[in-house]
Design a protein around this ligand. Structure first.
Ligand code: T3D
Length: 261
């Protein structure tokens, strides 16, 4: 599919890079970008050559959420409908994708852009990046998954503070809070992101996909239910060629080659 508001690149390493590409408005979402992001996620999911997705933004920002220049007049539309038709499908697609999504946090992630970052499986941040729950600054509440992800990552008290004050959280503070995995200097962002993506791309793809869903499901159930979910997922992982290769490699004292499994 030809994209106009994002860049979609598949690298020989098995990494698909999705770059939100509306830098003049800090990669804010208009209708086209939200549709294209959903399509790109579907393309990455359907492509067997893709083992990992890297999600990032062009220019100085990661994503500033809804394009406020294009926001419709309050009272003339349903927020619920916009969220259900444009934003929520993206978040659902990210979590349903059985492949790791590494966020390359190149700059500010605000509003639904912050939600998008929090929906990634891993985040590598430039020291110049920041996260902002900007919703409250314009009289809105968190959406696109932020109210779900944030308290689970930082606890309810801190989540309330972050969402109620709407202040920028620096990359270093985000690392301290457990909101990102790593912070690097801007010029090291590509290398750090690529190194993490490469590790996932050479890992056991089936197990990584199962792991992603298992952690999501286990977060919302009781311990007895989580134990059942683990056992079911392990049944699938244990039946895979990847497990056979992993076990053989351990016994032969060599590194497993999951790409050939
Ligand atoms: O339909 C619906 O509304 C429902 C969906 C809601 C989901 C949401 O995402 S609601 C939340 C929407 N987003 C925001 O409220 C964020 C608004 N932006 C900001 O708070 C700040 O711009 C940032 C914290 C993102 C960055 O601050 P700063 O100081 O680094 O940069 P800046 O100067 O404010 O912005 C730079 C440019 O990006 C500027 O354009 P200019 O003046 O250089 O031509 C600014 O207007 C533009 N920009 C930033 N955010 C948006 C935007 N343009 C359109 N929409 C934006 N969201």
């Amino acid at each position: 599919m030809p994209y106009t508001s994002l860049l979609y690149e598949i690298r020989p390493s098995g990494v698909a890079v999705i770059t939100l590409n509306r830098p003049a408005v800090f990669n804010a979402f208009d209708l086209t970008l939200s549709r294209e992001l959903l399509a790109a996620l579907a393309a990455a999911g359907a492509d067997e050559a893709v083992r990992v997705v890297v999600l990032t933004g062009a220019g100085r920002a990661f994503c500033a959420g809804q394009d406020l220049q294009e926001a419709q007049q309050p009272g003339t539309f349903s927020f619920k409908e916009v969220l259900e038709t444009r934003y929520n499908p993206i978040i659902r697609a990210m979590r349903a994708l059985p492949k790791p999504i590494v966020g390359r946090l190149n700059g500010v992630a605000a509003g639904a852009g912050c939600s998008l970052a929090l929906a990634c499986d891993a985040l590598v941040a430039s020291r110049a990046a920041s996260l902002v729950q900007a919703f409250i600054n314009i009289g809105l509440v968190p959406d696109s998954g932020s109210a779900y992800f944030l308290p689970r990552l930082v606890g309810r008290l801190k989540a309330f503070e972050i969402c109620a004050l709407g202040d920028k959280i620096s990359a270093d503070e985000a690392l301290r809070l457990g909101l990102v995995n790593a912070v690097v200097e801007p010029e090291q962002l590509d290398a750090a992101t690529d190194a993490l993506a490469a590790r996932y791309a050479t890992g056991p793809a089936r197990a990584l996909g199962l792991l992603k869903h298992l952690l999501d499901e286990a977060a919302a159930v009781t311990l007895p239910e989580a134990l059942v979910l683990e056992a079911e997922a392990q049944e699938q992982a244990g039946g895979s060629a990847e497990y056979r290769e992993g076990l053989r490699a351990f016994l032969e004292k060599r590194r497993p080659d999951f790409l050939r499994a």
